[in-house]
Design a protein around this ligand. Sequence first.
Ligand code: B12
Length: 471
Amino acid sequence: MNSPEVLLAAPPFDFTGINIEERPRTKQAGYYLYYPHMGLCSIGATLARAGFSVKILDGMVDARSEEEFVALIIAARPRLLGLSITTPALPITGKLISKIRKSLQDIVIVAGGPHVSCDPEIVHALGADFGVVGDGETPMLKIAGSVLRGVALEPRTPGIAVPGAVAETQPDLSDLDSIPPPDRRLLSDPDAYFNPFVKARTTSLLSARGCPFQCSFCCRTISMGGYRPMEERVVLAEMERAASEGYRFISLIDETFTYDRDRAVRIAGEMLKRKLPFKWSCQTRADLIDAEALKVFRAAGCVNLSFGLEAGDEEVRAGMDKKIRDTDYEKAVSACRKAGITTNLFVIIGAPYETKPQIDKSIETAVALEPDYVVYNVGTLFPGTREYEKRIEAGEIDRTIWDSYMRGETPLPVLSKTLGRSELSELLRKGYSRFYLRPGYIVKKIRSVRSPRDIAVLARQARTVIADYVV
Ligand code: B12
């Protein structure tokens, strides 16, 4: 790698580890899907437009180990390193920063991403020089100007935290159309990303940032700000560009793609009209889709739709401020099936007061709804969520929990108030076995095989489920 002025990186990190503890892991079992980091591509595009030389290092695909990740950074010798950090990646990032500093004494390190946005005080414990809260484009541009061009950085610049001082709030980037589109050409291996739906060059794409809903377990209202749609022509131009760069599968990673249902239908309609060569997937809420919209989506290449079931029990769901009725899920899955779109349900194992029988109900509901896929996650208490703030107020936990989690002294806190992470992990394994190892499901999957590619995809899915969650 030639030395870039700025290296933007995401640490290598086995994120299935947050669900299953202490398993003997000799090699990575192969993830179900992995998409490129749009936040880094967007910050990279902004810096490149201002004349900085930038590269992206995605530890998840560019490095096979922590050692390799550190070695790649040392070899690149950037003056400025920006790290994107999710909460579960804190411990590894802390270790990586101290290793990098041992070899590159002059490097300036900026920490950003969902965790830092919700807990900027972590910058000190992490050993970073700056932390960025919220949208990274403008603050990172200012930091790069200061570090690389000597432009003075005003004290208390909005969005920028330094060790020991909390950041002033920066307004959300409201005019998303004014920033350059994410630059996927900064990714070192665009073919390293994959999904289970098609064998094609895969990418992610955002048509809006933020989410207008207030589910108590989700941090995106703080870390991503309010709902901010991009202009439709800008979204379509980005799609055209992705097509010209050879991408043939797009994961639309908006939190709630059909929040503005008519806008989503217009975008899909235009994809169809322009004959954009993509298959695509998106995520939304089960109460925000209808047969008409799905018909347009399918015609425009949509092959999969994900929504959060979260819990099988309507009351548990409502308790997390996700007020969607059971019947909405039944309707949604069946409408997708009729439209020829596969479905994926996200299920939380361990809502705050969820009991074991209620978790069993989630597992059985996921089976009964007959979606094509289910993804279970152990409910984690993330900073920046309303549930977290509630527990701080009640004196149940302390904000310093993240420092001790980072140092390996405290486990990652769970959402559940009654069950521990290992019990929840066991229930999660049970959920995966129950859903994917049912004879009916296996037969259905084998019957759906139409090509050698389908066999390869099925083998990868089976390997992931068995190695990660069953053995
Ligand atoms: C797509 C996605 C994924 C994809 C791809 C991830 C990737 N390569 O980016 C997959 C499926 C692999 C994934 C996995 C996981 N994800 Co995820 N994912 C998302 C999702 C839906 C969109 C991310 C995105 O592109 N956003 C749009 C861009 C523009 O925003 P952004 O990435 O946050 O970046 C902006 C700012 O955060 C900031 N920023 C980010 N990085 C940096 C770095 C620097 C230096 C600076 C200055 C600023 C900065 O500036 C960016 C541009 O403004 C978000 C939800 C969301 N809306 O963000 C969850 C989300 C990021 N994921 C989350 C989680 C928990 C996970 C998993 C742990 C889930 C699991 N159980 O396995 C793993 C961990 C992955 C990891 N490597 O750490 C949480 C993180 C919460 C937290 N506090 O950590 C989120 C916020 C969902 C949620 N609401 O809870 N994820």
